[in-house]
Design a protein around this ligand. Sequence first.
Ligand code: ZN
Length: 438
Amino acid sequence: MALPLPDERYKADILLVVAHPDDEGAAAPYLARALDEHKRVAVVICTRGSSGANQAGAEQAAALGDIREIEARNALSTLGITNVWFLGGKDTASQNVLQSLANWGHGESLELLVRLVRLTRPELILTFLPGTFIGEDHGDHQASGVLATEAFDLAGDPATFPEQVAGPANRRELFLENLRPWQPKKIYYFPDADREDIFRGKGPDYSVKEISKATKQPYWRMSLDSFRAHQTQAKSFLDSLAQMDEAQIEKMVTSDGGWTEDMHFVLGKSLVGGSVTGDVFEGITAGAIPFARPDVSPEPARSDLSVELGGSYSFYAEFRRVHGLNSLPHPEPPEIAVQSPGTLAIPLWVRNQTAKTKEITLSVSLPAGWTLQSGTGKFTVTAKQVAAARIEVNLPSPAENGGKKPEPREISVHADSNGQSIGEFKLRVELRKRALPQ
Ligand SMILES: [Zn+2]
């Protein structure tokens, strides 16, 4: 008698992991192409979109999340995708990925996502690029990329969430799931940064203007039609779209540009070779591959007394190091866009690995019109301790700049001890009339 095997209806070639209902639109034109090539696609959305304004009705908060879950399912089913799961994380209005992860319940969300990787057994994962950039840079978007990367590295490990991969202990098993470990083969990211320079040549590009064999429509058009499901998020845009004829829609998308730009992916890592800019399926053949622990690079050398940028900046440096993402683009110097007038917080780690309490002096160089609020001066750190510090800066209104894009300005932070420099770094800061909280 044949023993039961994994259910083929849930096997995916591509697993898309995004943060919010409507984020699937960021990859929809590529998904339409992949479906044309008979790839199987599954989608995980980390939140249910329960915050934000409702453009279509009175419902708010959790009730709005109930609606947005259905809108995302409808959007994806327009493309032919029905294997869609929600992790139930809470929307977090912040640029700080660590706040999103905390608000979602990082451990529980990761457990849910590892289960879904083992259930769907994807050849590759597509997700938002985990990093901090000037751009849309939503902490939830970044968090979806962090979770997806963690799940990529853990789902193949039989010792991670072993209850998920344990065979049944009873005839009617209530606790053990009888999934198998699964190692995805590749992970690709899509950035939502303003800059494109550092992503060029880091992964394949796909035109969205090609015509689908299945629908005879361009891929961008299939993506736009799929987006029509998101009434609570874009009713006014969708109402105006409904009034347009084909020629007007064509004109709108070519002048707006956003709908018809090429899709850029960034290769995170491949366990099966293939070239960086080749097709995402290059090197992939059917069947499971062995579990691969990430290639962890050594910790960076630090002097015994050091000061460095903290917060999500130091997190991402560690994240890239332990997940073997050494060629993942990140801005140097680090950058952020913040709302102004307002306050910029610069998080710092002060490390004292010497055997004595040390006094350090923090200072900062600011552009004209920017003023120090707090956080500089003399501090002590006891022996063998790492302490968090923060410098706060008052930001002026953004310069008008004649309607042009504002230029980021540079801040530099200096740390001294005993008259010797123990750390110096820069941060590029763009002032905006509107930006998510830091
Ligand atoms: Zn989003």
